[in-house]
Design a protein around this ligand. Structure first.
Ligand SMILES: [Zn+2]
Length: 194
């Protein structure tokens, strides 16, 4: 387990909040019964925005968690319940990225409207600008995006991905995470450095 990642992530959560309690529970990367353990930690908040869902989604200033869920028999509840597990990986926030239109335009042009996976030129509406989260910047507020940042900065901060049918690129990412887990390798899916 990456202790730095856990500590960094915790520092992004409000002290005493349900999200912090839920993350502390999940940080061991083991399966936890939502009905029994979850409710103990955060009662009715556990599954919603104050808990699992909010952690998974991320915010404007922190990434989301890559979580897995399953239904399985719980010996304590004595029935089938929902279980959650953190894979130990983070994923880009689903919160809308605030990229000024002028900067978005520069990013698209710099990459020549090509997504990073297939390196294929695509119409703008098929592309999504992916914001990388450099871990060393965690804990500080994300500086607002300078529309005049230089090309190296753009390349280190952003990349282009193809939108999936749901309008985002997370599906691709979780697929590549699953592949990493199956092969036991922690790769750098889509250039996100864990
Ligand atoms: Zn249970």
């Amino acid at each position: 387990m990456n202790r730095n990642l856990v500590a960094n992530f915790k520092s992004q959560l409000k002290p005493g909040s349900s999200q912090l309690k839920v993350f502390s529970l999940l940080s061991d990367q083991k399966w936890h019964c939502r009905t029994y353990e979850g409710k103990q930690v955060a009662s009715e908040q556990y599954a919603g925005g104050g808990g699992i869902q909010g952690l998974e989604r991320g915010t404007k200033s922190r990434p989301g968690l890559h979580l897995e869920t399953k239904r399985d028999f719980c010996n304590i509840c004595n029935k089938k319940t929902r279980w959650d597990r953190w894979t130990g990986q983070i994923k880009p926030s689903n919160a809308p990225a605030i990229i000024p239109p002028k900067l978005a335009d520069r990013i698209l042009k710099l990459y020549d409207y090509k997504d990073v996976i297939a390196n294929r030129k695509r119409p703008t509406h098929e592309l999504v600008i992916d914001h990388r989260f450099p871990m060393q910047r965690w804990g500080k507020a994300e500086p607002s995006h300078d529309i005049n940042m230089n090309e190296n900065e753009i390349k280190s901060k952003f990349q282009l991905l193809k939108k999936d049918s749901a309008g985002n690129h997370n599906l691709l990412k979780s697929r590549s995470c699953e592949r990493c887990m199956k092969t036991g390798k922690r790769g750098q899916p889509m250039g996100i450095h864990f």
